[in-house]
Design a protein around this ligand. Structure first.
Ligand code: ADP
Ligand code: TRP
Length: 344
């Protein structure tokens, strides 16, 4: 007999603000490309967004926008299970089970927690336990591969550690997942040269109004060298790095060579970046407008995704509950085992 191995691919994105080029090239595009290589589960991490966003109506609006953005960019609901994290609340129970085998030291080493505290986010219990919920997300769907940007690598490694510890303690229960990180877009730079991030105010959104996006691109921080000066470090230039993502490869190389040789002004480079960026998302922009006019369809997609996700989540959670002794695999056994005791 042959068994066909179907790879389960899973990733999530928080509805914590408008999605940007870092999200697109770091996570969404790789995730969309992987849809054809296995069974994909992609979700909107609304529980996670509660660690940093405290406005309910904003969360609702962002959640809808993430759904529209992802569908417009090519997520295919006929192939992929697309859902809201909180529509499968089983994940919060698994978070508890995993937290019991998670050493404090593991969580204390989380870069993302330290960064968030450094940026002034209040250190709540949920912020500290964020990686445990993320591990539960990954493990509750028996995920094999998790496409993410480099900043999430440590979180996926923590999920591997938790799966390993639980399996060691209670017998083989969870699939141990692998992170999948694309080198060329592992860290997309923002307009100020730091990692592009919603929380740094340095983003170029995937969708938005033309005028303000042009302004953002024209505002990318450059040095004061004259156009004529050769720039041996052309590959480090933020606009070149972004251009290489949105332009055909020959165009990216051509601009990089010109910048290196001298004679290309930063203004012209940024104009080329804007034009290529605007064209790159033209089809997705059109699709997004159509989707926004058909929100019933978007809701139906999320409801169908939730139904499928929840059935898998229930099954894996039951496996974990049985493994750690909260439940018997055969529902009659507790009564048999209870012997002469009254069992209600
Ligand atoms: P943000 O930092 O803007 O809040 P998220 O933490 O919500 O972004 O990230 C969502 C996904 O997008 C993750 O997989 C993350 O690794 C990826 N990502 C975010 N910013 C970047 C970036 N600048 N470069 C590459 N990937 C990124
Ligand atoms: N922490 C991820 C981020 O901020 C979002 C996320 C939540 C996630 N759960 C996940 C990503 C599970 C991959 C797998 O980007």
């Amino acid at each position: 007999m042959f068994y066909l191995f179907v790879m389960r691919i899973l990733s999530g994105i928080q509805p914590s603000g408008a999605l940007h080029l870092g999200n697109y090239f770091g996570m969404m595009r790789p995730a969309i490309e992987l849809q054809n290589q296995g069974e994909a589960f992609y979700f909107i991490a609304d529980y996670h967004s509660m660690t940093s966003l405290f406005d309910a109506s904003q969360r609702r609006a962002n959640t809808l926008n993430v759904a529209l953005d992802f569908l417009a960019c090519g997520l295919d609901p006929a192939r992929t299970v697309f859902f809201r994290q909180s529509d499968a609340p089983e994940v919060t129970e698994l978070t508890w089970l995993l937290s019991t085998i998670t050493p404090m030291g593991l969580l204390e080493r989380a870069h993302s927690y330290k960064d968030k505290i450094a940026r002034g986010i209040a250190p709540s219990h949920a912020l500290f336990a964020y990686p445990v919920l993320m591990a539960a997300d990954i493990l509750i769907y028996d995920s094999n591969v998790v496409p993410v940007g480099r900043d999430q690598k440590q979180h996926v490694e923590m999920a591997r550690d938790m799966a390993g510890k639980f399996n060691e303690q209670y017998g083989r229960t969870f699939v141990v997942p692998e992170p999948r990180i694309r080198d060329e877009a592992a860290v997309v730079p923002g307009t100020d040269g730091q990692k592009m991030s919603k929380s740094y105010g340095n983003t170029i959104e995937i969708f938005g109004d033309e005028k303000s996006l042009r302004k953002k691109i024209m505002g990318i921080v450059m040095d004061s060298r004259t156009p004529q000066e050769p720039k041996p470090d052309a590959d480090q230039n933020i606009a070149i790095q972004l251009l290489k993502l949105v332009a055909p490869p020959a165009t990216g190389t051509e601009f990089e060579d010109q910048l290196r040789a001298g004679g290309l002004g930063y203004g012209d480079l940024k104009k080329a970046l804007f034009e290529n960026y605007w064209n790159y998302f033209a089809a997705a922009r059109k699709k997004r407008t159509e989707l926004a006019a058909n929100l019933d369809y978007v809701n139906q997609v999320l409801i169908a995704g939730a139904t499928k996700a929840r059935s898998v989540a229930r099954e894996v959670l039951t496996r974990a509950r049985v493994a750690c002794g909260l439940e018997w695999s055969d529902p009659r056994r507790p009564i048999e085992r209870a012997g002469g005791l009254t069992c209600v």
